[in-house]
Design a protein. Structure first.
Length: 110
């Protein structure tokens, strides 16, 4: 079948089926593009969350190290002061308790 050449007076025309298929195809393309953009943004958000977690982890590691240093310093101060008391009283405080009211040192019974 020979194609009919459009004339200047009559612009080309789609059939009803072609028009609606064209519109539907554009709609599907827009939906696919929107869905892609949504998933891409979700992926980028996930990557940012991972980056934030990496920084939080590094900060927590630093904080943990600082607290460990404080713990060690507090233990060293306790050991130093305990030794000062033991040197003054002449015996070890191991296995002893100190009364909160009278401040008397008492041996724990086994």
């Amino acid at each position: 079948m020979k194609k009919k050449e459009p004339t200047q007076l009559e612009p080309p025309k789609l059939s009803d089926g072609q028009y609606w298929e064209w519109r539907t195809t554009i709609g599907e393309m827009d939906i696919a593009s929107r869905d892609f953009d949504i998933v891409k943004l979700q992926y980028e958000s996930l990557m940012k969350d991972q980056e934030i977690l990496k920084f939080k982890s590094a900060l927590m590691r630093k904080t943990l190290g600082e607290h460990e240093g404080k713990k060690v310093a507090a233990r060293n101060e306790y050991d130093r002061f305990k030794k000062t008391i033991e040197d003054k009283i002449g015996f070890s405080l191991n296995g002893c308790t100190i009364d909160d009211v009278t401040h008397q040192i008492k041996k724990l019974e086994e």
